[in-house]
Design a protein around this ligand. Structure first.
Ligand code: ATP
Ligand code: MG
Length: 740
């Protein structure tokens, strides 16, 4: 097979070593995935192995699809073989054998939404306080149990019989019963049940053991315990198992991945052959050395050093911006500069730590009319939660905005189904009024279900209040109020899932958007703000030809490569991120993520950070990332760092700081809630003659208080305002000397 000539001796050795256990342990970009696809092609083309007898598993559908394409290209045609994700491989097995576990044919697979609905009914059935025991709370525990193959009984035995454990046990038990009754499995069950089939039915196990003469697993470092068992059982007979991975790239420990699976492969499979690939084909010498200088700081790793035949190439460029907007402008400007005729926009990737960072880059790229795509996620302004909050604010600005209202009438769930909404809309049409006016009609609301009428009353009240006061409120206060008082935030918080966490991050980031505008114009009105946002949200430079700069998180970039890579946000607290501060191993996992990010680059790598960063609506002075400080300074291009930045890299500058607090969206969330609460509580204190300050109007004196709820203030600038107590961001004026 002439394609094998493209491989280096070690890669070829691995591709040809088809009998017996094989571990390909190698660093990034050393051709692990390439070797594996060549190995599959070799088995089929040269050794005449039927594709039917090969199993190749990986983690994402995208990776599985790419692997299939590469194999088909090598053997020149389509193959009907199992190149699948873990979940889909297990599902195929279960479709045939789940009867053994008591499932009927055609069992359902419950996605997270179904799971939540199921758990909700259980919480109700068990008469639990659904504020304290949310479905998400139980589902998280259950998921991690299932990852360890822990049944409800196991759970009780392991964690003892205290009050709380017993409740979890009951919920778990009932959940299992309910799934069974509905002939359904959740995603975790797919893996778990496939393993159970193997454990209980020797014939079934034997069937697959015999069938899969050759088994291959890519990204093996990210397998969890149940995936590990699955693979191990299947490989028992033929022992022709080839796993491919890099312990330095294990980035899913927080989801149960167990790095030991790869480190102990040689113990699990006696006589395993280990092939180390040491030549990197992806990156220039400098990029490689830089990545190595960071990852070598991790303890407990198998030391391996990559080399390359490539030139050292450009040094790593590092740029410290004044703030995150300058950072984004710099990146956009660099892309403009480096994008020559021979280059495509798709040669550039911006890989960030959290999705919330994408916004400033989207704005900067749009500003230069550079096409971009947000991979594995939506553009910031396309994200559901962002659209929702914008709709709330549009509604405050103009309650007659029916479109905005329709979008959020049942977000969070207020018990307004599609039918009810239709009726309400019809009524609005007949009466020739806005939908909001219909909702404000007590007679109409009274006819709805108890839940719906309570929900609608709250919505109408909150929106009317803020709408009436919009002139007197800062945009950021309106935003806080909408999030908290409509219950929108609460629902997300209660979900307690990774997805909800991401949504909260994005919502907190929306505060940065507002702050940016408020910084420029203290008197910014809601109307002006909404106009600017509308422009941003409508910019659509989506490029269908995919010739666009790619934006995504470092996590989703695993296995991919790009000529030009930008890693922004190199600051303590952001990267390494706030999650690293909770757990000891957190920092090492973040360092591996940094290694993954850096090694995506083929030709040029650029790191950036911002001296002042506004994220999740909070502005903070930052300190350069620990990873930057670990990076071999000789590999960083000093010339590219503008002179005025010099102080930022000065060690004395660094030592001047105490350790910065991590950017934690949940801390911000607490503050948002606190502020709304304080304002609500601070109503009755003002009396005529009181000196006050208002963030928008400045200093003034209270003239009178009407009905205890309208505070009339004459401000120093000559204006006279009537402000709603409990809503207006009014505080007592404290002369400077008292403040000190
Ligand atoms: P990662 O750890 O990021 O998953 P990997 O080890 O799987 O990386 P590949 O993606 O297989 O690496 O290969 C990296 C790059 O090197 C690809 O562009 C691939 O085509 C190229 N490459 C691999 N082996 C060789 C070789 N022997 N000769 C030339 N190029 C190679
Ligand atoms: Mg790979």
């Amino acid at each position: 097979m002439k394609e094998l000539d493209n491989l280096n001796p070690q890669q070829r050795e691995a591709a040809l070593y088809t009998e017996g256990p094989l571990l390909i342990l190698a660093g990034a970009g050393s051709g692990k995935t390439s070797t594996m696809t060549h190995r599959i092609a070799y088995l089929i083309k040269e050794k005449g192995v039927s594709p039917y007898r090969i199993l190749a598993v990986t983690f994402t559908n995208k990776a599985a699809g790419e692997m299939r394409d590469r194999v088909e290209a090598l053997i020149g045609g389509g193959v009907n073989m199992w190149i699948l994700t873990f979940h889909s491989a297990c599902l195929r097995i279960l479709r045939k054998h789940a009867g053994l576990l008591g499932y009927k044919d055609g069992f359902a697979v419950y996605d997270p939404t179904d799971q939540k609905a199921a758990m909700k009914s259980i919480v109700k059935e068990l008469n639990l306080d659904d504020k304290r025991y949310t479905p998400a709370y139980f589902l998280n525990i259950i998921s991690s149990c299932k990852e360890k193959a822990m049944t409800p009984d196991d759970y009780l035995q392991t964690y003892g019989e205290d009050y709380k454990t017993k409740i979890v046990y009951q919920a778990y038990q009932s959940y299992e019963t309910l799934l069974k009754k509905n002939n359904a499995m959740d995603f975790d069950d797919l893996l778990l049940n496939a393993v159970r089939v193997f454990q209980r039915d020797e014939a079934a196990l034997l069937e697959y053991q015999q069938r899969f003469q050759y088994i291959m697993v890519d990204e093996y470092q990210d397998t969890n315990s149940i995936q590990y068992t699955f693979v191990k059982m299947l490989a028992e007979q033929h022992q022709n198992i080839c796993v491919v991975g890099d312990d330095d790239q294990c980035i899913y420990q927080w989801r149960g991945a167990d790095i030991r699976n790869i480190l102990e492969f040689e113990k699990d499979f006696k006589n395993a052959k280990v092939v180390k690939l040491e030549q990197n084909y992806r990156s220039t010498g400098n990029i490689l050395a830089a990545a190595h200088s960071v990852i070598e700081k991790n303890r407990g790793r198998k030391d391996k050093k990559l080399w390359t035949e490539q030139e050292p190439g450009n040094k790593i460029v590092y740029f410290r911006a004044d703030d995150e907007r300058e950072e984004a402008r710099y990146v956009a400007q660099e892309i403009d500069r480096l994008k020559t005729k021979e280059r495509n926009y798709s040669d550039f990737a911006i890989l960030y730590r959290t999705n919330a960072q994408s916004r400033t880059f989207e704005e900067a790229l749009s500003g230069r009319e550079i096409p971009y795509r947000v991979l594995g996620g939506l553009r910031y302004y396309d994200r559901k939660e962002v659209k929702d909050i914008i709709s709330y604010m549009r509604l405050v600005q103009n309650p007659a905005d029916d479109l905005a209202l329709v979008r959020i009438i049942n977000e969070p769930k207020r018990g307004i189904g599609a039918k009810t909404l239709e009726k309400l809309q019809a009524l609005a049409k007949v009466r020739e009024v806005s939908l909001f006016q219909v909702l404000a009609d007590e007679e109409v609301v009274g006819s709805l279900s108890a839940k719906a009428s309570a929900g609608i009353r709250n919505l109408v009240e909150v929106v009317s209040q803020y709408s009436a006061e919009q002139e007197n409120l800062r945009v950021s206060d309106i935003y806080d109020g909408m999030l908290v008082k409509t219950g929108y935030l609460k629902v997300l918080e209660d979900q307690n899932t990774l997805e909800a966490e991401g949504r909260i991050e994005n919502l907190m980031e929306f505060k940065s958007v507002i702050y940016d505008y408020e910084k420029e114009d203290m008197q910014l009105s809601l109307l002006e703000f909404m106009e600017r946002i509308a422009l941003m949200a409508e910019v659509d430079n989506h490029d269908e030809n995919e010739n666009a700069v790619v934006l995504m998180t470092m996590h989703s970039a695993k296995g991919l490569e790009f000529p030009f890579v930008f890693l922004p946000g190199m600051e303590d607290g952001l990267f390494p991120g706030w999650r690293a501060f909770d757990r000891e191993e957190g920092l090492e996992e973040e360092r591996r993520l940094c290694y993954v990010g850096m090694t995506r680059a083929k030709e040029r790598l650029c790191l950036t950070s911002a001296n002042l960063r506004t994220l999740y609506g909070k502005t903070d002075l930052t300190r350069e990332s620990q990873f930057l400080r670990e990076l071999d300074k000789r590999l960083i291009d000093g010339d590219a760092i503008y002179e005025k930045r010099k102080s930022a890299r000065d060690p004395a500058f660094l030592d001047g700081y105490s350790r910065p607090k991590p950017f934690n969206p949940f801390q911000q969330l607490k503050e948002v809630k606190q502020q709304v609460k304080e304002k609500a509580a601070s109503t009755e204190h003002f009396e005529p003659g009181d000196e006050v300050v208002h963030p928008k109007f400045g200093r003034g004196t209270v003239d009178k208080v009407d009905h205890g709820s309208i505070i009339c203030v004459s401000f120093l600038d000559g204006s006279y305002k009537k402000l709603a107590a409990g809503l207006a961001p009014l505080s007592r004026y404290i002369p400077k000397k008292e403040r000190d």
